[in-house]
Design a protein around this ligand. Structure first.
Ligand SMILES: *Cc1c(COP(=O)(O)O)cnc(C)c1O
Length: 416
């Protein structure tokens, strides 16, 4: 008989073993052990990723797609294998539905400029939630400024959960697009993507998910979701910076205009005219982040070496363990307590500016983020200027949480 997932997680996934893959976690800061609780901003990279990038750069590297020589062919093969790895990770139908970008931000901008811009007429609506990251707000503001689109905002409840009925109600006759976070980088809220997509599609409206957090903590099946666009970034997924990916349904990609112009994205260029390459090459102008693509594939393979459901159980254990203690402090207020939320803990501490608090925690070796987290609309919704945020990854332990809570008490003594 199978043990329940919760028990399995506690018995099988060992963060201490995983931690050995992350050399940086064993360093000290200010003479204190490092408790790295800022993985939602960027995750640390395991040796397997760094080794894969180094081995590729020292053994097989050349520019892709254009050379006939040995290394160029080898490099091209690795780059295209990386695309296949991303395809598998998202369970997309074809590798050509995966476009490499320089991150999540660029992936969303690509959709805004190449897909949606020319469909927008004055007064057309784009539905967003108030918990979006600026990366999933600003590109749509561009369409408001430049083409007269109207941004329609869906609120979250006080606990941070998304009201799907409200979202459904916001999708009207003028709605051209829905863009929602899969998992909030501030609240940790996980949105019911499948249901959102089903409701939007019923009204003929395509959906983009910002998966920059979702891809790290949840399993994704873009075909099962039937989602139109899914964007994510490498550096939060234990991969390198400078790489991300956009999944888009093939029919959408075929209908999309190029974003950047340059080498590799053309069919033919003459003095009078150009034709464009088929997707995904059409959207990958210039030399792509080749070494980073290999690193991203290594990161996905690294994650794939674990049972991801067990990682999730472990991360939730840390979240619960931390949330319980923070909650018991009557001078702290947690923001975001939706059911099923991911391992992100945002909070306010009475009488302390989040930056001052984070500075004191830092001196205790505890890395948390303080600020608006690129989510000013959400800050406004919760009437706060900023929050402190601890975020948990597979390599964190209860000892990290203990260090964090002890540092919180110290901050209270100093600032409270
Ligand atoms: C980090 C993040 C982004 C932006 O990703 P980049 O890698 O900086 O491009 C977008 N959305 C969410 C929810 C994020 O957490």
């Amino acid at each position: 008989m199978n043990a329940p997932a919760s028990l399995k997680g506690l018995t099988d996934f060992d963060p201490l073993t995983a931690r050995r893959d992350f050399q940086i976690l064993s360093r000290e800061v200010y003479g204190k052990p490092l408790a790295y609780l800022d993985s939602a901003a960027s995750a640390q990279k395991p040796r397997q990723v760094l080794d894969a990038m180094r081995a590729f750069a020292t053994g097989e590297y050349a520019n892709v797609h254009r050379g006939v020589h040995f290394l160029s062919a080898a490099s091209t093969e690795r780059y295209e294998q990386a695309r296949e790895t991303v395809r598998r990770f998202l369970n997309a139908g074809e590798p050509s539905e995966i476009v490499f970008t320089k991150g999540g931000t660029e992936a969303i901008n690509l959709v805004a400029s190449s897909y949606l811009a020319r469909k927008i007429e004055q007064g057309d609506e784009i539905v967003l939630t108030v918990m979006e990251h600026h990366s999933n707000i600003v590109p749509w503001h561009f369409l408001r400024e430049r083409a007269g689109a109207v941004l329609t905002w869906v609120d979250v409840r006080d606990d941070g959960s998304l009201d799907v009925e409200a979202l459904d109600a916001a999708i009207g006759a003028k709605t051209k697009f829905v863009a929602v976070s899969h998992m909030s980088n501030v609240l940790g809220t996980v949105t019911p993507l499948k249901e959102i997509v089903a409701r939007a599609h019923k009204k003929g409206v395509p959906v983009l998910a910002d998966g920059c957090q979702g891809a790290v903590h949840l399993s994704i099946d873009v075909r099962e979701l039937d989602i139109d666009f899914y964007a994510f970034t490498g550096h939060k997924l234990y991969g390198p910076t400078g790489i991300g990916a956009l999944y888009a349904k093939r029919a959408h990609l075929k209908a999309m205009r190029p974003f950047n112009g340059g080498g590799e994205m053309i069919g033919e260029v003459t003095r009078e005219r150009i034709t464009y390459a088929e997707p995904p090459a059409r959207f990958e102008a210039g030399t792509p982040p080749i070494i980073e693509a290999v690193g991203l594939a290594a990161a996905i393979d690294y994650l794939g070496g674990f049972d991801r459901a067990q990682i999730a159980v472990h991360e939730h254990d840390l979240l619960d363990y931390a949330a319980k203690q923070v909650k018991s402090l009557n001078w702290c207020r947690i923001i975001g307590e939706a059911n099923g939320k991911g391992a992100i803990l945002s909070f306010e501490a009475e009488g302390m500016h989040a930056h001052d608090l984070a500075t004191i925690l830092d001196r205790e070796g505890v890395a948390v983020r303080a600020g608006h987290h690129c989510a000013q609309v959400l800050m406004e919704r919760f009437h706060v200027a900023s929050t402190a945020r601890a975020s948990f990854a597979l390599y964190n332990t209860r000892a990290d949480v203990d260090q964090f809570v002890a540092a919180l008490h110290k901050a209270r003594k100093i600032l409270g």
